[in-house]
Design a protein around this ligand. Sequence first.
Ligand SMILES: NC(=O)c1ccc[n+]([C@@H]2O[C@H](COP(=O)([O-])OP(=O)(O)OC[C@H]3O[C@@H](n4cnc5c(N)ncnc54)[C@H](OP(=O)(O)O)[C@@H]3O)[C@@H](O)[C@H]2O)c1
Length: 256
Amino acid sequence: MKPTALITGASSGIGYELAKLFAKSGYALIIVARSETKLQQLKDELKDYPVSIIVQDLSKQGATEELYNKVREKGRTVEVLVNNAGFGLNGQFDEILLRDQQAMLQVNIMALTELTHYFLPDMKNSRMNGVPRGVINVASTAAFQPGPRMAVYYASKAYVLSFSEALVEEFKGTGVSVTALCPGATETKFFETANAEGTRLTERMMSPKQVANEGFIGFVKGKRIVIPGKMNRSMALAAKFMPRSTSAKLAHYMDQ
Ligand SMILES: NC(=O)c1ccc[n+]([C@@H]2O[C@H](COP(=O)([O-])OP(=O)(O)OC[C@H]3O[C@@H](n4cnc5c(N)ncnc54)[C@H](OP(=O)(O)O)[C@@H]3O)[C@@H](O)[C@H]2O)c1
């Protein structure tokens, strides 16, 4: 029997690429997103591999419990959870609709936390020794600094990073590893969704395939944090030594 990887936000971008890597590395997939058509496209592309689709809107209250129950009803346990679904919103904080910011927090933080809570016990108890087990939480280089005009998004990713680093320590020695994948600007639908097209952030982007590759390899090696790309690693390092006010100014400049 194959181990299972459940990937949220697998209908496009980084999640789509991660799903292909897990399938080709011997995992059966459960792919999750709102767009059934796009999930079906991925399933068709991976026709030689076992792929199950679950359509779920993770911004809805109770969605994660529903998702967990659907997985149980299929008689499946999950060895790898990839909390990738997420989005950003660009604009002045008080001008972005509160309900949109709440939905973002629900997906980026609450769903990620709840799914980790539901699936971790199964991972700990899994008898699939010898295969990498654990969680990849997709954070961002945004996690390392405050982000004017994307204030809530940057803060949500700081949560994801901090949460993941704490779990790494808690689950040491259990066979369950936790990796925070922190991409910089990546060529996906993200900037269109965030209304941030044309900002300096989009001047230099990595491909989602490169990001997924580095994330996958890092997870398999049991790395705590993976920052894909040399430039992104240097920027994240620089942010550590910079005053937070300077780093916020820099992020503001990049968002124009
Ligand atoms: N692109 C970047 O520059 C960048 C940089 C750092 C971090 N990230 C992070 O990388 C992750 C993936 O984003 P991406 O860049 O690959 O962007 P993307 O192409 O827009 O993909 C986002 C994925 O999340 C899913 N999603 C969004 N809202 C959802 C909801 N309410 N319920 C279920 N699924 C939902 C989308 O599927 P549906 O629309 O079909 O639901 C889609 O599959 C996100 O967490 C993002 O914050 C991106």
